[in-house]
Design a protein. Structure first.
Length: 102
């Protein structure tokens, strides 16, 4: 069981002591091996959680880069739309002048 991935993980000294007793078959006598085993369980859970966080961080950075690219493209498209509207207005004015001139 991964401690940090478990929503019911112990968060107090008493909780961790209960985890130690659980891994020791319910006995209050704790050997160095049991303490090592529980410590290793916690260590492995921390490593797993850190790897997950790193993966999420990489995804966030990738999404932020995509956002910057899309923002830049959006600004370019917005400028192009403004240019096309101006060209359209000029052509419409020219057409109106020709119609009046006939």
């Amino acid at each position: 069981m991964l401690i940090l991935a478990n929503p019911d993980r112990p968060t107090t000294k008493e909780g961790f002591n209960a985890l130690i007793r659980q891994n020791n078959g319910g006995s209050d006598e704790v050997s160095k091996q049991i303490i090592y085993n529980v410590g290793y369980l916690v260590y492995c859970s921390n490593i797993y959680a850190l790897r997950q966080l790193k993966g999420y961080q990489d995804k966030i950075e990738s999404l932020l880069a995509d956002k910057m690219i899309l923002k830049s493209e959006n600004e370019g498209l917005h400028s192009r739309i403004k240019e096309l509207i101006e060209i359209n207005d000029e052509l419409q004015n020219e057409l109106n002048e020709r119609v009046r001139g006939q």
